[in-house]
Design a protein around this ligand. Sequence first.
Ligand code: DGY
Length: 336
Amino acid sequence: MSASVLVTRASFPDIIDRLREHFDVADNPSDTLWTQDELIERLQGKEGAVTAGSDRIDARLLDACPMLKAVCNIGVGYNNVDVAACTERGVLLTNTPDVLTNTTADFGFGLMMAAARRITESERFVRAGKWVTTGRFDMLLGGDVHGTTLGILGMGRIGQAIAKRGALGFGMKVIYHNRTPLAPEIEAQYGARYVEKDALLRESDHLIVVVPYSASSHHAIGAAELKQMKSSATLTNIARGGVVDDAALATVLKEGGIAAAGLDVFEGEPQVHAELLACTNVVLTPHIGSASVTTRRAMAALSVDNLIAAMGVGPNAGKPPTPVNPQVLGVAPTPA
Ligand code: DGY
């Protein structure tokens, strides 16, 4: 008898169909957003799951779903999953790194440019017919991007891909803050300079946040940090809601404490703080950093490959390509 697996969100049917070659598959073609209790109910009898950031996988769920062996999360981030709880129970967690690096870096860079050059605000201006009545030489002046200082908080794969775009494409000076500085030969590729967080805040013309969400990065950018930034600066968050204090940001944007912001992720998303919705100098997008056709398909395919391998079938049986807690498989984790 084939094992049963669950796919919690709708994505690409042809990719999900690959699971049907090996397993009994239950899915969610209408893409209903399940509560955790509904998810628990649907996971009964399931040995594996393809999950997404909207699914909370914690000790409560794992204890209620004792047959579950593998959780294959679509996304490089997995702050929706309690990794320790999975590991303690021998449940494998996988994610989808690498395949989204360049697409997400493109988007982050674009969002920063949109904020700096007031692109969406200008679009609203044209659509409202205001160009015809109030167009002036000095209308909608923004800040330059080329030749300015790009600050990056979190210099992992995506942070480095953004640094590359800024340094090599736009002649930007790159400064960054990270848990650990990069090796000098990697810094040299982008002319990137490690600085303390306070210096990053003070010196950046355009600050992009790419740090993973954890208890220690919660509100890494709050009122005190925003106060240190230049009034001409922009802030872009493509990391996770909660890394930036959205309420504090809305206040600073309203008061002109910084020039503009670009946000793809929000505290409590898909809800967006009402004060942010009321700000004109913020570009808001619905967590689509990795949303190109090619990349979203690659992410779905990688999660399917992970699940097939985690369940001990297919060409990589027992060796899922991108495990988060490989110790469950008896493999030592790679140092962070
Ligand atoms: C990721 O991969 O973590 C993206 O933010 C999509 O969730």
